[in-house]
Design a protein around this ligand. Structure first.
Ligand SMILES: Nc1nc2c(c(=O)[nH]1)N[C@H]1C(S)=C(S)[C@@H](COP(=O)(O)O)O[C@H]1N2
Ligand SMILES: [Mo]
Length: 317
């Protein structure tokens, strides 16, 4: 993507190795470039950051993979609301106000409900689930998430039989967006799933990772994780879930429809128009071990291939 950034922030061109988790150092850097000067918007790092979450091991966890380090998981991110550089969300997402937070369920449901985040956290027992995470940009990670199946929440709302898709809308406040207008993205970030995909037990309503609440840059306080699809299907920091009878417009599909389809199932046999999807680079691995063969449906074919029987996955990419 061709994205120009303001050139008045050279001090923030920090190496991805820098320790952004050190709040005080960050504040000093921010102050040095005048980020906090006169800014009422700048809120201190969430009081919830680092809070432990109790979770039980899930039978749906992925085994046999080495976990990507906490540091890589939390400093190499895509979260365009907070910048387009991989290292930017870890800095700028500290502004994300994660409390109070509500998730509104609307549209074609018998019970349109608004859940407070703390209510959502207690709705079902939290599970530890390791998933492979494959970005459309051909890199991957292995992340120990915490959450419960999205289907558990959906059931509470009793969708009508006319609900065919569910749309997820992310938090959006233009006062906090970094370099708004420069990505061409229409905010809020929008994603969607077909109803059967949303109801699949692997689709995780996610509150944490590595035993604690989600760091802001990973989509605090609640996000979706769909492990057999490219990462962009997994909307972060969601505030609305809308049940609808049509395929919803989605951020990346609207931006570049020939490059990003609605389904976006991980598929090594369907290349992106500008690069191959046959292999991936596993973040954090030594150079000689980084290249991995990409697996059909990201290795989850046994569980989810039946959702797509009879569908031409080259056309429905
Ligand atoms: N709201 C929102 N959600 C988003 C994105 C984003 O830019 N905004 N990026 C997506 C992409 S491209 C990926 S790969 C994953 C990255 O999640 P992670 O940073 O927790 O690894 O989040 C997805 N969800
Ligand atoms: Mo991604």
């Amino acid at each position: 993507m061709l994205i120009r950034k303001p050139d008045d922030i050279p001090a923030l061109e920090i190496t991805p190795k820098a320790d952004y988790m050190n709040r005080r150092k960050f504040l000093a850097q921010a102050a040095a470039v005048g980020l906090t000067a006169g800014s009422a918007l700048f809120s201190p790092r969430s009081a919830f950051a680092g809070t432990k979450l109790q979770a039980v091991k899930s039978p749906l966890t992925t085994t046999g993979e080495e976990l990507t380090s906490y540091k890589d998981v939390t400093t190499f991110n895509n979260f365009y609301e907070f910048g387009t550089g991989k290292e930017e969300p870890a800095i700028y997402a500290q502004d994300l106000p994660t409390r109070p937070w509500t998730l509104r369920v609307e549209g074609k449901v018998k019970k349109p409900l608004t859940f407070d985040i703390d209510q959502l956290l207690k709705l079902r027992p939290l599970e530890d689930r390791v998933y492979r995470h494959r970005c459309v940009e051909a890199w991957s990670m292995v992340i120990p998430w915490i959450g419960y199946s999205l289907s558990e929440l959906i059931k509470q709302c009793e969708p009508l039989s006319t609900a065919k898709y569910v749309q997820f809308l992310s938090w959006y406040d233009k006062r906090y967006i970094h370099w708004p207008g420069q990505t061409g993205i229409q905010w809020p970030y929008s994603e969607g799933l077909r109803m059967d995909e949303a109801m699949h037990p692997l689709t995780l309503l996610t509150f944490g990772l590595y035993g604690e609440v989600l760091p802001n840059q990973n989509g605090a306080p609640v996000r979706i994780v769909v492990p057999w699809k490219y990462g962009f299907k997994s909307a972060k920091s969601i505030v609305t879930m809308r049940f609808i009878d049509y395929m919803p417009p989605t951020t990346w599909n609207e931006l570049a429809p020939t490059e990003y389809g609605f389904y976006s199932n991980v598929n090594p046999n369907v290349d992106h128009p500008r690069w191959s999807q046959k292999t991936e680079r596993r973040i954090g691995q030594p150079f000689y071990a980084q290249r991995k063969t990409t697996l059909f449906l990201n290795g989850y074919a046994d569980q989810v291939a039946s959702l797509y029987t009879g569908m031409d996955l080259k056309r429905n990419f």
